[in-house]
Every structure is written in structure tokens, then in C-alpha cells.
Design a protein. Sequence first.
Lengths: 498, 333
Amino acid sequence: MVSMDMITKTFPGVKALDEVKLDLYPGQVTALVGENGAGKSTTVKILTGIYQPNGGTIRIDDAPVSFASPNDAAKAGITAIHQETVLFDELSVAENIYIGHAPRTRFGLIDTAEMHRSAAKLLTDIGAPFSSHTQLRDLGIANKHLVAIARALSVDARVVIMDEPTAALSHKEIEELYELVETLKSQGKAILFISHKFDEIFRIADRYTVFRDGAFVGDGRINDISEGDLVTMMVGRSVDQIFPQSTHDVGDEVLKIVGYEHPTEFADINFTLKKGEILGFYGLVGAGRSEFMQALFGITKPSKGVCQVNGDIKVIRSPADAVSNGIVYVPEDRGKQGAIIGLPIFQNITLPSLGKTSRSGFLKLAEEFKLAREYSQRLDLRAASLDQDVGNLSGGNQQKVVIAKWLATQPQVIILDEPTKGIDIGSKAAVHEFMSELAAQGLSVIMVSSEIPEIIGMSDRVIVMRDGRIAAELTKDELSPETLVRHAAGITSDGAAA
Amino acid sequence: MTDATQTRHVPDRLNSRAARIFKSWEALLLAVAIAIFVINSFASPYFLSAWNLSDATFNFTEKAMIAFAMALLIISGEIDLSVASIIALASTAMGLALQYGAGTSELVIIGLTVGVLCGAFNGFFVTVLGLPSIVVTIGTMSLFRGISFIILGDDAFRGYPASFSWFGQGYIYWVFTVEMLLFVIIAIIYGVLLHKTNFGRAVYAIGNNPTGALFSGIRVQRVKFILFLLTGLMSGIAAVCLTSRLGSTRPSIATGMELEVVTMVVLGGVNILGGSGTIPGVVIAAFVMGLVTFGLGLLNVPGIVMSIFIGLLLIGVIALPRLWAMAAARRKT
């Protein structure tokens, strides 16, 4: 019904999609499989008219179409249900379903009665257990998904895109979603299903398409392929990134975590970290890695658990405590949690080190500039001046400022949360090189990353997390893309999982 | 390795100190202050008299004391609208203590203590319970003054000791009042605190990005709590000065002063959304507001009309740079 052929999409400096193809069939579920950065989201954005491709054709029923805007895609009957679907908490369910295309009376006003009548019918069709008058904010996440689906049906969609629809759902809710997918299939809709969970893919998909690094790898019927082959298609890659050779020695134990537990996010976290070691944390989005790191850094409080630094038990209640114990955190959300936009570069760098650059609480600007100069040179920062607002820097250079800020405190443990996410290749290589330099100097590094090459290329040891728990701990010799994906996704069929 | 990856030297600053000062908001405000001074001296023959000018400072000294603490609070992204009500409550407490025979030093201690306690009350709700400061302090604005009304009703406390009147009516030397001296000392203290200490840097960091500040190891809630305490303390000092100057306490004392304080802070170039602003800016803004009200007073303009001028001045001074930029952009195209 819908086919994308030779679709290419480039962004400045990056080829996000390179001549990919994707076919969707009526009454069938096609699973789009690939790692982070494989080009899945870009594909969805092209199909829904948010991005325009640089090349290739999209056909609907064999007629070529082009979408200049999301509106065009909606008119063509393509609709998407995102991980966090945009809905309006303060409006009723019916208003949410019909916002933008509500039935009108002959005076041009919204025909509320008609709107609720048709909304009620849609809700019955999908078996939703709530009325069209319910306020959206009173619904749970699963029921909000139902509203989004009802909205998709209200525009008479022929193609429904589901982007990780089960990420936030409970088991029971997932079952209900599967039933709904079956209903949609029986109505002849073509469904594009994006998921990282293999059990899910094999449960409901009819066909699969695999992308890797923005390129098409293969497609076919799900019954004709095993989980193992699908994993190989997903991660089997040409070695195109060179990582610095690690020459550093691993020393004594610096950090020991025993029994860290959080009421909802993670449980039973135990590990040790040695001097000069790079410890990778791999897992799917939502596995609880960032949540654990933020607890370690004192942002959130674990309900249980002991943290030992150099053998002494330390209680970390706030980031200030963590910093004074030599633990620092470079967050994933650079703009909000990392850089302080509005303050100049040098003030960003010296912020946690003010105790050192000042005398009895009074600032000494000369000392601050000296420190900022030293670390901006070490990190090869590109900026017009140190007095410039950090907000005017590129993502890669902002990341350098955040790392410089922490290195200036001379920490023992540095936690890097997705350190190269969204930065260009050049800065990426610089960050990698720097990371191994730091380890060589005896700093212990924890690197949270969802990029398999980065994890394998950089880590001395890797902890894989799944559903808030440690699923596996792998030494450098045991690392392979297949094992990582297996442990992260919880595949046990081939007997490879512990 | 290509040429571009070699370590490059990033200069400390691009603009010279003189250029930064010249382009600043404070420079514009200073020009406005001088213009008002010149206009006033032509408009009224009584303006250029040392004693008249000295009297004029009472228009702003008490408000400015609070405005300095308020400036830090607003830069950090919070606000305290209860300051005038804190004055009422502190003044009432002093009047009550007077009935039990408190002397001047006890009165001052009581006034300042009540101020600090009120600040702690606000700070508790904002930093411990995480409530928005604008809501909390609108609530305490009614609460604090309400207590005053319950205690005093239509009455007034009078009969403050002669030595107590030194704060609001005393002179240090010639035309220079005690309040002027306090104003200068407090301005210097807050200027140093905001611009020259680690604490001040933390205030800017919090105002620009509270999450980022927390993630940088700053104890955000503690800093904010201290700022509420300081604002309460300054309201207590203002209460001592005002009560001393008026010589009596009524529950309606300092009504509406919170908005004049906020106006002064915003006129001084402090971003109402937090993150930027300076103490010199607030000092100049204090003079601007003092000069305008005094000048209009000399011309026998009634109080209501005066508030119209203050409102227009605020909007005008804030809109001016924006209009300037729009005109410049239009000329280029």
C-alpha cells in the first residue's frame, strides 16, 4: 500500500538515510528494526511529513506522493502514535480526538453533541473503558495511548505508525495493545511498528525491515527468520570508527556500590570501579541507567544501598556531596542539566571549583580565567572568547565546557551519560580520545552509552542493564554486539544469556 | 591531524572594560537620572537646595534597602511580595514591645528578628515545600498585615523614645541623614555580595538555570532560603527606619510599598524572569525614582498623578532599548 524507495535524507555533515526502502502492506504489521541512530525516527518523520527527503520516492497505491507538511501526510491517511504523543491534558477525550477537525454546526461552531457521538463510537470500536467526556488528565498512560489511537482512526487513517508504543506500559496494558493492533489489522490498516523488544516483534509483526547506520539491510516475512539472524542483521557492521587504543593500567578499587535500590527505577545494583578503568553501561532506553547515575550523583535518593569511596562509606544526599567526594556527572541533557546558558564560558567552567579560585568566599577573576584557560585548552575548546555566553556554542563545544567544568574539580570518578549523543563526528573522536587519556591518568570513568561501537571500542568492562537491574557484567574479551543486544533485550533462546 | 585540530588560544574577553560599561543598561539609566535632575532644577527654583535634596532621599532610602535584597531574590528566579506586610508586622511587634517598656535597643532587635522570622517563614514554604514564591508571598502579604490589623485595629502605637527617632530622623553630618548612611553601607554590602563573592555567582547560576546549578553541585535551596532571610532582614531594617521616622505604628504602614520596591528593581535592569541584573543599576534606579517623585512633589503634583508618571517611566525606560533596536534593524533593511 505504501512504499518508500531509494529515500535519502541528509543533514549538515550527516547522511541520516541512504537510499533506504520500506514497504507497508494493508492488514499487516511491519516491524522496523535497528539500533539507535539507524534512521528509524528519521523515516517516521519523513512518512509523517515533518522532514522532506533529499531523494527517492514515496508511493501510496502506486501513485507517487510528496508531503510538504505534516498536514499533507495526515490527509493522505498516515498517522503516527509517538512514545510521548502530544495530547492536551485539560481537554476532554472527545476534544482531544477531534482537535483540528471537529464536526461543525451550520454556524461554524463546534458541534459538541455530534463530536461526542462519533467519539463514543470510536471508543467502543477499540474497546476503550472510559467515556468521551472524561478529562484526559484523569487517564493513565495506557488509556492515553487509546485516545491517540482513536484520534488516528478519526482521521480515517490507512497507515498507523507506532513508535515504541509499549515503552511505558505494564504487561496487562501491553496485551490490550496487542489486541488493538489485531483489530486495526482486521480493518485493513497498514501498521508500521517500531520496537527494541524482540519478544514483541516476534509476537505481533508479520514482516520486518532492518536498517543499520541509515542504510537498508534487509526485509522479509517474520516467520522466515530467527531472532539470532535478526540480531546479526541489526548490528553486523563494517568497522568504520577507530577508537583510541587503551594502554592504561587498571589500579585499586575506587568506588564500590552495594545494593542500590529505588522504589520504581532500579534495584539490586552492585558493582565496583577501579582506578583508571572505563566502565561502560549499556542498555535500552528506559533500562534505568541514567536514573541510577543520578542517584549516585545525589540528584535523587536511593531507598537503599551503600556507596564506598576508597573503602570509606559515604552518604551522598546532594550533588554537592558527590562533588566533594570526587564523583562528578556529565548529564545527557546538556542544555538543561549540563551547561548554564546565560553565563559566560569561564563562569561555567569555574562554577563547581569556586572554592579553589576564590579566597574566603570572595571571587578572584584572574584565578578563574587561569583555570578556565587551562581546561579549555586541554579540551581544545573552539570559542570566540571565554567571556562569551555558553549558549552560543555548538553542542560539541558545550559538551567540552561541561567536561572541563568537572575536570577542573579534579575528580576521582567521572560519569559520562551519553557523552557523544548529538555531537558531530569530529568532536566525538575528540571526546573518545580524551576519555582514554583521562583513564591513563588514573581517573575512573563510567560511560553510559546506547551506541554499541562506542561501548565496545571504549570500555574495559561493561555492565548491561535491563528493566532497572544488572542483566550482565562482561569483560573486554566477552564483548560483542550480539551479546550486548541479547542481554539488553533479554533474549534467552540461544542459551547465551546468564 | 589537520591545521584546525591544533590547540588554539581562546582569548579571555573581546570587549574592553570601557566598552562594556558604556553599552550597559546602567549607563542608559544614569543618563536618564541626570536628565531628570537637570529638568527638575529648571522646573522648580526650590529643587537645588541641599536641605530639600536631603529630604528627597527619604522617598527612596527605605525602599532601596529592601530593593537590594529583592534584586538578589529576583535574579535567583524568586520574588517576595510580602515585604511591605513584613514592615507592618515588625512595626506592630515593636509597638507592642513598647507597651511593655522596651527600650531602643530592644525595639531594634525585635524589629529585625520579626523581619528575619517572616523571611524564614516564606523561605520554608518555597525551598522546603517547593511552592512557587509568588503564591506563597501573596499569601503571607495578607497574613502578616492581617495579624497587624488584629492587634491594632483602628488604634496606633505612639510614644517611641526620643533615642529611637535617631534612625529615621537623625543626621550624621550637615544634611546627611542616618538613613542615607545606611543606604550607602547596605548598597556596598549587597554590591560586594552579588558581584564579588561565590555566593553571588551561585545566585546568577541559579537564576539562569536552576537545574544546571543543582547539577553543578550548588546547594540551590539553601541559597534561596538565605535570600529570603536577607529580604526579611532588610524589611526589618526598613521597618525600624520607617517607624522611627513616622514616630508611630498603624497597621496600614507601608501599604503598597512592595510594588514600588519591585518597580525599582526592574527599573534597575534586573530581569524579572531572573538571571541578570546589577546592584549599581538598582542604586541608580533608586535615585531616578526619588528624583521623579521629589520633582513632581515640588510642582504640587498629587500622589495619584505621580504614580502615573512612575508607571510611564518604568515602561518607557524598559521599552526604549527595544524600540532602539527595532529602529536600527529597520534602517539596515
